[in-house]
Design a protein around this ligand. Structure first.
Ligand SMILES: [Mg+2]
Length: 258
């Protein structure tokens, strides 16, 4: 099989470009090369806390200059999905500005009275009251959506519970499972491709996880580039039932491929 030349790039953020706030060597050069090439690209994240503007500011603080328009989050993908599925709908939202802003922008109304959906995203301030409300609304028939299935996330102090864990709490209480939008759902990739009008067969996805970045890139028909600066070690790769197109030590090795 010969690979088609890569015209557009997608890259995961944490573990590829940064470790939380700390830039990974080569990330700044990779992004600068993408911008200089004039090629379309997107930086993807399953984190639904922040708006693209917030994320741009955070990345800039790490010395990585990504335009707001080149950032695609699970919150944006969720809002686009709901806007397509049920235009002008209503939602009860447990989440932060990244999610509420995205839903407002597609014309959604936030309400706790008989909403079409309960939408669960990432927050650092999950309240028992809000979760109780979400449980009651799902039990009463609201459709249950979650931005991403990640069970936990990193922080300087140690592991943090993430959206997937809170979704499990609501699922256990109600017997209803959410539809997860973020990676590994290939919907996240397809919505990103649509966003920059890219074609799957000439797009590469760069990521640090086999079970999210690589599998969702693969299922969306993209070439996949695994980097070893995140959670996957080289010896782990062959244990999965699918393979990335290529494996690189880090994003620094990708600079000259743009
Ligand atoms: Mg990652």
């Amino acid at each position: 099989m010969t690979l088609r030349p890569v015209e557009t790039w997608m890259t995961d953020m944490d573990g590829v470009l940064v470790h939380e706030e700390v830039p990974i060597p080569g990330a700044t050069e990779f992004i600068d090369r993408l911008k200089a090439s004039g090629r379309r690209f997107l930086v993807l994240t399953n984190n639904s806390i922040f708006t693209p503007r917030d994320l741009r500011a955070r990345l800039l603080g790490s010395g990585i200059d990504v335009p707001e328009s080149a950032i695609w989050t699970s919150a944006l993908a969720t809002a686009q999905f709901l806007g397509d599925q049920r235009p002008g709908g209503t939602a009860y939202v447990v989440g932060e500005a990244g999610l509420t802003t995205a839903l407002h922008d597609v014309g959604y109304v936030m309400t706790d009275r008989d909403p079409d959906y309960v939408v669960l995203g990432e927050t650092r301030t999950y309240s028992f009251e809000a979760i109780t409300k979400a449980i009651r609304l799902v039990a009463a028939g609201a459709r249950f959506i979650a931005t991403n299935p990640d069970p936990s996330g990193p922080s300087q102090q140690g592991m943090l519970p993430a959206t997937g864990s809170v979704a499990a709490l609501i699922s256990t209480a109600t017997g209803r499972s959410p539809y997860f939008i973020g990676k590994p759902n290939p919907l996240m990739m397809r919505s990103a491709l649509n966003r920059i009008e890219a074609h799957s067969e000439t797009t590469a996805m760069v990521g640090d996880r086999m079970d999210t970045d690589v599998v969702s890139g693969l299922e969306a028909g993209l070439q996949t580039c695994l980097v070893l600066t995140g959670s996957t070690r080289r010896e782990d790769v062959e244990r999965f039932p699918y393979r990335p197109t290529r494996v690189f030590d880090s994003v620094a090795d990708l600079v000259d491929l743009v």
